[in-house]
Write a protein that binds this ligand. Structure first.
Ligand SMILES: *Cc1c(COP(=O)(O)O)cnc(C)c1O
Length: 387
């Protein structure tokens, strides 16, 4: 038998974290006490009030049947209310909101609704891998937009050649940003919206980190800017905000036609998220903000301990205003890959090589602040011994 992989799949690199997991498992099997700052997966548990709601909801047999692919009315209503409370924005629950099986699901499926082979998608790099992968799955072309320190990790929209603009159908944006931890100023959003109008391009804004912000910074929704509703869709996720990565729940809001396209694509490939999980997601969105504030305080302390310690040993680490990542330039004479290998082999620390998120990430590593302050301190102590 010869099971040749499709061309589509053959084009893909192995998913970044599959490779990291393999290296980590190898180190653990050798007896190394690994400190994992690799994948962005919160270490702290889902809040009790969400778990309690899940226990109650799972016992309700009405929840055991097929859910609606776009999400229950209750869920969409709660998502719309959350947007109203958080951003002061109104979304119509019938036409402008869709439930997702985690935002990655929506990000991967959205392009199916709008891309034809040969269309171009503008994808920031380094970036979340799914924007490019979703493009490849549609046999469309990715045009990468480098995120560079000199541009504050914002893409240079003026640099895109005219022939690319003609074929471009979608622009992905993600602020607060993974992996660079950058935030976008209002002027950037305004400029992007103007760009989208002018060139007839859809903007997909990935807002997975909108709630993970520090030092008084409050992230805005894309839809807080004039004209956004004509051009865009925004993806929200419970994963990072409520420590719910394993639950697979999030939602999209935005332009009617874009939401309708997403729902159309989704309804043909999935049957929605388990109603009990949707109800747990509602409980999270209806909570009063205490939990989110507590998490922000935890990450702020971790960030301060970790970045200060890295600076003490001579690394040029910035203090991020958002996300739970530290996007850190590697020390002189290292590459992204050589530093990550060094950190794992000499110090038992897993971090993600920046170029794994795209070539312009070369020269950086990403540390996720997903272990305790004590472990973060220990990580830097171990590195210090090796320098
Ligand atoms: C974690 C993450 C997501 C999504 O997560 P889900 O668990 O699928 O909701 C989306 N975008 C970025 C940039 C992320 O880092």
């Amino acid at each position: 038998m010869n099971f040749a992989k499709s061309d589509r799949l053959s084009q893909l690199p192995p998913y970044l974290f599959v490779e990291l997991d393999r290296k980590k498992a190898e180190a653990i099997s050798k007896g190394v006490d690994v400190i994992d700052l690799g994948i962005g997966d919160p270490d702290l548990p889902t809040p009790d009030f969400v778990i309690e709601k899940m226990i109650e909801s799972i016992k309700n047999s009405e929840n055991h049947r097929y859910p609606s692919s776009m999400g229950s009315k209750k869920f969409r209503n709660a998502a719309a209310s959350w947007c109203k409370k958080r951003f002061g924005l109104e979304f119509d629950l019938e036409t402008q909101v869709a439930c997702l099986i985690g935002s990655k699901e929506g990000i991967a499926h959205f392009p199916i609704a709008f891309l034809n082979p040969g269309d171009v998608v503008l994808v920031p790099t380094p970036g979340y891998p799914v924007y490019h992968i979703g493009t490849l799955f549609c046999n469309a072309q990715t045009y990468f937009l480098p995120l560079l320190a000199k541009n504050n990790f914002l893409p240079d929209l003026d640099s895109i050649p005219e022939d690319i603009l003609k074929k471009a159908k979608i622009l992905w944006l993600n602020y607060p940003n993974n992996p660079t931890a950058a935030i976008a100023p209002d002027e950037f959003y305004k400029k992007a919206i103007e760009f989208a109008h002018k060139n007839n391009i859809i903007i997909c804004h990935d807002a997975a980190y909108s709630e993970m912000t520090y030092d008084g910074y409050v992230a805005k929704s894309f839809f807080e800017f004039d004209g956004a509703m004509d051009v865009g869709i925004e993806f929200h996720s419970h994963s990072k905000t409520y420590n719910m990565t394993g639950w697979r729940i999030g939602f999209a809001v935005g332009n009617n036609e874009l939401i309708a396209g997403l729902k159309h694509a989704k309804s043909n490939v999935d049957s929605g998220q388990f109603n009990a999980v949707q109800e747990a997601g509602i409980a999270a969105m209806e909570s009063d903000g205490t939990f989110v504030n507590e998490m922000k305080a935890v990450y702020t302390r971790r960030r301060d301990v970790f970045v200060n310690s890295l600076r003490d040993i001579g690394l040029n680490a910035p203090f991020p205003k958002a996300t739970f990542y530290v996007w850190c330039p590697v020390p002189e004479n290292f590459t992204s890959a050589s530093f990550s290998s060094f950190a794992l082999e000499k110090a038992g620390i897993v971090c993600t090589p920046g170029n794994g998120f795209g070539d312009p990430g070369e020269g950086y590593v990403r540390f996720a602040l997903t272990v305790s302050e004590a472990r973060l301190k220990e990580a830097v102590e171990r590195l210090k011994k090796e320098f």
